[in-house]
Design a protein around this ligand. Structure first.
Ligand code: WTA
Length: 666
């Protein structure tokens, strides 16, 4: 499409500004276009030129791309920068080693306070190369998938980058997941290689990660080798399959030829929960993902050369991928690897770290902010936080009280707080208050403004686009962007059905949103059966599947409820089989144990209510809407119960709920 020439000039200037990060380039062309908002408009209306310019300047290509994009949302087809060849690890390491080998790439904030370790870009490249060579020597090839089950640590980052270097995909599994959950992800990803550590250390507690891998191996016959790094000095039993990672790395060369990858080759899989019992392995590819992570990292957080970026997310989640590893490293930043918890050894941990490491951008989850708020301001005030410039929030809605405290106490009222909305599927931040003009308003608890190239729309229940403001609907994206997921591993049909079929021609996020009078977005929560516990996504169906495996259980229904710290808690309704005679307390304990063992501790129900029956429609569907209202004690909001098979079931559920609450209070 043709642009009017004045706008086009402005557009080009702003792109140069983006690329060179020099404000001096802006001035001239921008008169008549008011800054960032106008640029965003252009990035949407002329998205190809925008992304082409940014991709050329921001990434280092071995062969330039010939086609900017080839996308068809109605078919779930997404391709960016075809014809282009590059290597992600070269973009994250080698190019910075050339310009500043001594710059610190990683600061590993180990669990033991005050024992942080720094790694320069030169050192990280060396580690990555040795590991890349080691993997290659052990037969890992381009296109293979390596599962990484490690806590956040330098060798985990090097493992991810080593995969990228040799053209293998990685599949990082959060180290809090159980053996069963790990095994399911290894099998689905068809990994024959796993990388782990002997033990993990978090909050002063040791976790037996290698043992968990050993257990998982019993149901993963295709795994041929397990590399074991040593996080602690405690030896673990090694089998014929296991390889001592550090020892073997020492034997490898420090130079590792990077694989030349196509833009659309797979970079990684990352499993996340959906509304069915089976987690989905979302696939991200090389160039588009890296570009989007890098650009959002730079602009949403106002990252500048030399800043220390502190994202406290675990590398097992997408936030760790995009804003601990790929975004910051692509930008040559110093990135913090946080291994501990917000309250270990005391609730001053984050702010002590900010002072010690001189962190400039701090990015964390609302659940931690809510927890720390309860411990009081003194834990924050004790430490010097004057290096902080931007505060970020991610993963779940941030309530106004937490937002205000973050802004007023942590940031001394001087740092913009960016509430960033995005998903595993989007690859990077899609809606956030920044970038915007420096003095543009930020409304507490609102993600507000779409990023460059992002075109959100709200849909009504009929599937029509809502055009007015001050309105709510299902949040969709009307245009593709380079960071979005490309498919679900081995299940493209599920990818289409989940994201593109509900609103043909649009990407459906699964979230609802409100658009204010001013046109700002606020996320209102999931529209499907996915809940968010301490910022961790979990499908209620996944938990039900585990509960239903208990021989005493006839059926169950799991719903989320508002929890003052975790955001949402897990509430399970359980119906026992006829004639079962057990102590409810014993069975509760057993069910909690099963969920921890089959999924992860955070998925374990906070409440288990035993019921004689569940409210169902005449066609036999459990009325979750009703259950959700009951656990939120919103009896006024129960709504139309006329479709219920037996309305008396609701009364029983309400009474049972009250009984459980009062038992809990006493
Ligand atoms: C929720 C995490 C409100 C949302 C990056 C989304 C949010 C899901 C926000 C994705 C936010 C994420 N405000 N809700 N700022 N950020 N969410 O894949 O429901 O672990 O769909 O990615 O978290 O979770 P995921």
């Amino acid at each position: 499409p043709k642009l009017n020439s004045k706008l086009f000039k402005a557009f080009k200037c702003e792109i140069i500004k983006i690329c060179r990060c020099k404000l001096t380039y802006v001035a001239a062309g921008l008169e008549g276009v008011s800054g960032r908002a106008a640029l965003r408009e252009l990035s949407v209306s002329n998205s190809e030129s925008f992304w082409a310019a940014v991709a050329r300047h921001r990434l280092c290509w071995s062969t330039p791309f010939h086609t900017v994009q080839d996308c068809d949302l109605s078919r779930g087809k997404i391709k960016w920068f075809e014809g282009g060849k590059l290597n992600v690890s070269v973009n994250c390491l080698d190019r910075h080693v050339h310009t500043c080998p001594e710059r610190v790439a990683l600061i590993w904030e180990r669990d033991e306070r005050g024992s942080e370790m720094k790694y320069t870009y030169g050192e990280l490249l060396e580690m990555t190369c040795r590991l890349g060579n080691l993997l290659r020597r052990h037969g890992v090839k381009r296109g293979d998938c390596v599962t990484i089950y490690m806590p956040t640590c330098p060798l985990a980052v090097a493992s991810m980058l080593a995969c990228a270097r040799i053209g293998a995909a990685h599949n990082v599994v959060f180290a809090g997941f159980s053996a069963d959950a790990l095994a399911e992800r290894i099998r689905d990803a068809q990994s024959s290689t796993v990388i782990t550590v002997n033990q993990g250390v978090r909050g002063g507690k040791v976790t037996e990660l290698k043992k968990t891998v050993d257990t998982a191996m019993q149901s993963c016959p295709t795994v041929k080798q397990v590399f074991v790094a040593m996080r602690t000095d405690n030896p673990v039993t090694m089998t014929a399959r296991d390889i001592a990672m550090e020892e073997e790395m020492l034997k490898e060369d420090v130079v590792c030829e990077p694989a030349v990858m196509n833009s659309e080759d797979v970079l990684f899989l990352l499993y996340t929960s959906g509304s069915t019992g089976k987690p989905k392995g979302l696939v991200h590819t090389q160039a588009g993902y890296l570009l989007y992570a890098a650009l959002t990292h730079r602009y949403v957080f106002s990252y500048h050369d030399g800043d220390v970026f502190g994202c406290v997310a675990d590398i097992g989640w997408i936030t760790g991928h995009s804003y601990v590893v790929y975004g910051p490293l692509a930008n040559g930043a110093t990135t913090v690897l946080f291994e501990s918890t917000p309250i270990y050894p005391d609730p001053g941990r984050y702010w002590d770290m900010v002072e010690r490491l001189k962190i400039n951008q701090f990015y964390g989850a609302p659940t931690a902010i809510r927890l720390l708020l309860k411990y009081g301001d003194q834990w924050v005030n004790k430490y010097d936080r004057s290096t902080l410039k931007t505060l970020g929030s991610v993963g779940e809605p941030i309530n106004t009280e937490a937002w205000e405290w973050y802004h007023r106490v942590v940031g001394d009222g001087r740092c913009p707080v960016v509430d960033t909305w995005w998903q595993t599927e989007t690859g990077g931040i899609c809606i956030a208050p920044r970038p915007s003009d420096p003095d543009a308003e930020i409304v507490p608890g609102m993600a507000m403004r779409p990023f460059f190239g992002i075109n959100p729309v709200l849909m009504d229940t009929e599937g029509e686009v809502l055009t007015s403001n001050n309105t709510s609907g299902a949040l969709c994206m009307a245009q593709p962007w380079p960071g979005m997921a490309r498919t679900i591993h081995n299940n493209h049909q599920r990818f289409i059905d989940t994201y593109f079929q509900p609103y043909p021609g649009y990407f459906f996020t699964g979230d609802g949103a409100y658009r204010s009078e001013e046109g700002y977005y606020q996320i209102t929560g999931r529209l499907d059966d996915v809940i968010n516990v301490s910022g961790h996504r979990i499908g209620t169906a996944e938990i039900e599947d585990v509960v239903n495996q208990c021989p005493a259980v006839a059926e169950s229904a799991v719903v989320g409820y508002t929890h003052s710290i975790k955001g949402q808690g897990v509430y399970a309704f359980v119906v026992l089989k006829k004639g079962i005679d057990v102590q409810e307390a014993d069975l509760s304990r057993q069910l909690n144990g099963m969920v921890s063992e089959k999924i992860a501790k955070y998925a374990s129900p906070d409440f288990i209510q035993f019921a004689k029956r569940l409210p169902k429609t005449r066609s036999g569907k459990i009325m979750r809407r009703v259950l959700r209202k009951v656990v939120e004690s919103d009896l006024e909001g129960l709504g139309d119960l006329s479709t219920l098979d037996d309305p008396a079931a609701v009364q029983e559920i309400i009474q049972g709920h009250e009984k459980l609450l009062s038992k809990n209070r006493s």
